[in-house]
Design a protein around this ligand. Sequence first.
Ligand code: IPE
Ligand code: IPE
Ligand code: MG
Length: 254
Amino acid sequence: MNSDADVGEIPLVAGQLPVHVAIIMDGNGRWAEARGEPRHAGHRAGVASVRSTIEECIRHGIQVLTLFAFSSENWRRPKAEINLLMDLFLSSLQRELKRMQSNEIQLRVVGDISAFPEKLQKRIRASEQATCGNRRLVLQIAANYGGRWDIIQAARKLAVAARSGDIVPEDIDEKVFARATSINDVPDPDLFIRTGGERRISNFLLWHSAYTELYFTSALWPDFDAAEFRRALDDYARRQRRFGQTGAQLEASD
Ligand code: IPE
Ligand code: IPE
Ligand code: MG
């Protein structure tokens, strides 16, 4: 089957497209191991999937894409793999800046980047600054990110604000709390994709995915192409998002 030829043939119903897609890009290591190659070959191959997923988001008019690149737990990996991932992140940022500009992509890195090598931190800040005026797609790379870290840093910020008298504890509601998280000016993800076959959230967007539609695929990240992405979008388009209401209520309001 020439899967690429199918992509884009049937228009998705407008309004049933997600505004914000979040992805756990998993399965790079297994992809490489299955080929008898070292794990880093899988991470390198995964960069092409990042590129094609970004292109598909732009083609479909998806406004926000959040990619989980390195979790707060990934520090537990062998040092050599961590170093390789840092190098890959740095070289990808360098190589992709032009393309981000021409595609009007606004890059944001979410997570505690203070733990990264100084050179990488500088490159991150420079890329964010260079692209901050772009409006076509907000690309959030979650790096040294953890959902629990994000909730804790928000709680700390609010505690400091309460101690200094800028807010009182009663001011803290869902809106105020959400604003204190590190993902605070885009809508919550509509669609959450995890490749690689595992059915878990692995400490990704804990606060923000309270009502996100989850989609799990066994496709390994380097194999996640436009056709795989389209399958996820098709699946999402068939979901009924009820947010606590009944199906009948939603149908009556259509
Ligand atoms: C995801 O692929 C990439 C990162 C976590 C950085 P993995 O490296 O987790 O690949 P598998 O799950 O071992 O196959
Ligand atoms: C989640 O993948 C993190 C990223 C994709 C960056 P992992 O491969 O680290 O997740 P676990 O350890 O299998 O849950
Ligand atoms: Mg994994």
